[in-house]
Design a protein around this ligand. Structure first.
Ligand code: NAD
Length: 290
């Protein structure tokens, strides 16, 4: 396929590179980052989008997505697909899909799980919102960039799935970290704690696969000085998106709200910026109840 790729940062560059290696004709544009090998550079987003079957965006937020969409939708061929893989607010995803429809373009919101490692290895999970026809058209690209793509429903459903998943992830990471810090203070050995919880009803992905305590579970950022991994500030971004969505939908999400507050304090008032989101454990280690 002829693919335009806009946003060639930590995630976009390896994703675009994988598409080019798989034989797709990829043209890329980024305001700052260079094109990866095999991707032809365009001088603007509009140039990257013109005459393409699919235009992929991998951008920092919803406001930037909306401005890029306003630039490329009038240029794109009728029947082409705008495939946004960024994590953005549900409202921006739906607004861009509505504008696309008016312009005769199909739109899919398909945020990803799997991080930079998954982007490089082509093992991302895509959660997609949009029409069946649009999903089927971009499926071959999902197959190259990822290992799984779930069609979650209409436009915005992909972003809804992503922020609900990450709200669970953020809250679960916090409680896993505070439980380790409590166990320390109760004199419980961390390895014993891991052995019990990872095979008991407190088990979770954060405990079993991404343990925040170094040296007791499978390799995780905790074993690498809490270098991300998944940065605390990205977790904060996703938790804020979940709270923005909860506000708009009038949903009561007290654990998500508290998780957003704790990550905000960690990133903005403490020393969490630039650290993995599991570095909440050393944060709790240092604290008492006061
Ligand atoms: P990044 O900051 O590394 O990349 C974003 C790129 O967009 C940058 O290179 C920037 O120059 C470019 N950009 C900004 N405005 C632009 C514009 N108007 N036109 C063209 N390019 C523009 O971010 P990333 O880590 O690649 O993340 C991208 C998206 O993926 C985000 O929405 C993020 O939440 C999501 N995400 C990231 C991860 C991760 O682990 N990094 C995991 C899952 C989802």
């Amino acid at each position: 396929m002829k693919v335009g790729f806009i946003g060639l940062g930590n995630m976009g560059a390896p994703m675009a590179g994988n598409l080019a290696r798989a034989g797709h004709e990829v043209t890329g544009f980024d305001l700052a980052a260079p094109c990866p090998e095999g991707v032809s550079p365009a001088a603007s987003a509009a140039e990257a989008a013109a005459g393409r079957d699919v235009v992929i965006t991998m951008l920092p937020n919803g406001a930037i997505l909306r401005s890029v969409a306003a630039e490329v939708l009038p240029i794109m061929d009728k029947g082409a697909v705008l495939l946004d893989c960024s994590t953005v607010d549900v409202e921006s995803a739906r607004a861009v899909a509505a504008e696309a429809e008016t312009a005769g373009i199909m739109a899919v919101d398909a945020p990803v799980s799997g991080g930079v490692g998954g982007a490089a290895a082509g093992t991302l999970t895509f959660m997609a919102g949009g029409s069946e026809a649009a999903f089927e058209k971009v499926r071959p690209l999902f197959d190259v960039m990822g290992q799984k793509a779930v069609h979650c429903g209409a436009s915005g459903a992909g972003q809804a799935a992503k922020i609900c998943n990450n709200m669970i992830l953020g809250a679960t990471m916090i409680v896993t970290c505070e439980a380790f810090a409590l166990a320390d203070k109760l004199g419980l050995d961390r390895k014993k704690m891991f052995d019990v919880v990872s095979t008991s009803s407190g088990y979770s992905w954060t405990m079993n696969a991404y343990c925040p305590a170094p040296g007791v579970g499978p390799q995780s950022p905790a074993d690498n000085g809490y270098k991300p991994g998944f940065a605390a500030e990205l977790m904060l971004k996703d938790l804020r998106l979940s709270q923005q969505a909860a506000e708009a939908a009038d949903a009561d999400t007290p654990m998500g709200a508290r998780a957003a507050e704790l990550y905000a304090a960690f990133v903005e008032d403490e020393d969490g910026k630039g650290k993995d989101f599991s570095a909440m454990l050393p944060r709790f280690e240092k604290r008492g109840r006061g």
